[in-house]
Design a protein around this ligand. Structure first.
Ligand code: ZN
Length: 334
C-alpha cells in the first residue's frame, strides 16, 4: 500500500492510499482510499478516521465535511483525515468489506500480505498510527444498532491518564459521553492499535440504524471541532461560532458483558418496550420476542439484568437467537 502525498507539507493536501485488489473483472485494480492532510506549523499530530465500518455514515459525513470546509490556517500541527478508511465497506454501505468479509475493527494489527482488510489494518497500525499522537475514531450503531449519540473513551486504571482522557471526553460538549470497559475484542480493534503505540484515542457512537440523523451529525461535528480545539490542534477562531459545550452526563458500561448486554434467546420479531435513554430497574421487562407464525404462543420476555440507562438498541425487528438486543450503562460516580 502506498500513500501518494507528503502529509507533513504545509497547507491542505488531498491524496490516496492505493490498495491493490486483483479480481476477475479487474486484474490490476488499485482501490484508492482518500486522505486529506492539513498541516500548519507546530502542534499535535491527530489522525481522524471514519468508515472503519462502512455502514456507519455519520462519521463519514463529518470527516467529508471537514475535509472540504476546514481552513488549514486554523490548524496547529497536522490533521490527517480518512473519511472512509475501509473504502470497499464504505462504498457497499456494509459493516464488513465485500472483498473479503473483513471487519476492520477486528483485523488489527493486520497483515501486509493478507486480505484487503488485513492490509488496511496493517497500514493504519504500522504507518499512520506511528505518525500520530492521538486518534479520533468515529463509529455509530451501523445497520443493526442505534446508540444515544456521544463520544467514548476506554476505561483505564492510571489515574492521571484517566482524568486527562475524561477532560478530552467532556470537551466534546454533548449531553452524553461514555466510558467503556475494555471489551474482549480490543486487541484486534483500534483500541489495541493505539495501546500498542502508546497513543490516546477518542471514539464515538453517533446514532446508527442504517440511516443518518442530522442531529447526531451536528452533535458529532461540533464535538470533533471542540475536541480538536481542546487538544490545541485548532485555534479558537475555528470554533468561535459554535455554541458553548453543555454539561455532560457520563455513562459507564462496566464489565462483565453478560450483565450490561442483552442477547436474544430465541429467533422471532423483537418487540421492544422502551426507547433509547430510558431508565430501567433490575429485572424490569424491557421487550419481548414474538413468533408471528405462532401468534397464540407465549412470547419470550426480555428482562434487564441491571438497573441503568438504555444506551443502545437493536434497530431491526427480525431477530435470530444470539443477536444483541440492548446495551445498558450506569452513571459514572463523581
Ligand atoms: Zn463501528
Amino acid at each position: 500500500m502506498r500513500l501518494n502525498i507528503d502529509i507533513d507539507k504545509q497547507g491542505r493536501q488531498t491524496g490516496t492510499i492505493s490498495l491493490a485488489s486483483s479480481t476477475d473483472d479487474s486484474a490490476y485494480r488499485q482501490i484508492q482510499i482518500p486522505v486529506v492532510a492539513f498541516r500548519n506549523g507546530d502542534g499535535p499530530r491527530i489522525l481522524l478516521m471514519a468508515g472503519n465500518h462502512g455502514d456507519e455514515f455519520e462519521g463519514q459525513i463529518i470527516l467529508t465535511r471537514l475535509a472540504r470546509q476546514l481552513d488549514f490556517r486554523h490548524v496547529r500541527g497536522r490533521l490527517l483525515l480518512l473519511p472512509a478508511v475501509n473504502l470497499p465497506a464504505a462504498l457497499a454501505g456494509t459493516r464488513t468489506s465485500p472483498l473479503d468479509n473483513g471487519n476492520l475493527n477486528r483485523s488489527f494489527p493486520g497483515d501486509p500480505r493478507g486480505t484487503p482488510t488485513e492490509r488496511i489494518a496493517d497500514f493504519v497500525e504500522k504507518t499512520l498510527i506511528p505518525k500520530s499522537a492521538f486518534l479520533i475514531d468515529l463509529h455509530s450503531g451501523g445497520n443493526s444498532l442505534n446508540y444515544v449519540p456521544g463520544p467514548s473513551i476506554t476505561d483505564i486504571e492510571d489515574e492521571n491518564a484517566r482524568s486527562r482522557l475524561l477532560g478530552i471526553l467532556r470537551s466534546f460538549g454533548s449531553p452524553v459521553g461514555y466510558v467503556f470497559s475494555e471489551p474482549p475484542t480490543t486487541d484486534v480493534g483500534t483500541i489495541g492499535c493505539c495501546r500498542r503505540a502508546g497513543i490516546e484515542r477518542l471514539g464515538t457512537e453517533l446514532g446508527g440504524g442504517g440511516g443518518v440523523s442530522p442531529a447526531a451529525v451536528t452533535l458529532g461535528e461540533t464535538g470533533v471541532l471542540r475536541v480538536l480545539t481542546y487538544l490545541g490542534a485548532l485555534d479558537s477562531a475555528a470554533t468561535a461560532d459554535l455554541p458553548p459545550p453543555g454539561p455532560m452526563r457520563i455513562l459507564r458500561r462496566p464489565g462483565p458483558y453478560t450483565y450490561y448486554y442483552l442477547y436474544a434467546e430465541s429467533a422471532g420479531v423483537f418487540d421492544p418496550f422502551i426507547e433509547l435513554g430510558a431508565q430501567v430497574s433490575q429485572g424490569q421487562p424491557v421487550g419481548q420476542i414474538l413468533a408471528p407464525e405462532l401468534p397464540w404462543r407465549e412470547p419470550i420476555t426480555v428482562h434487564a439484568k441491571v438497573a441503568g440507562t438504555l444506551i443502545c438498541r437493536r434497530s431491526r425487528g427480525l431477530t435470530r437467537r444470539g443477536d444483541g438486543l440492548m446495551v445498558f450503562a450506569e452513571d459514572l460516580p463523581c
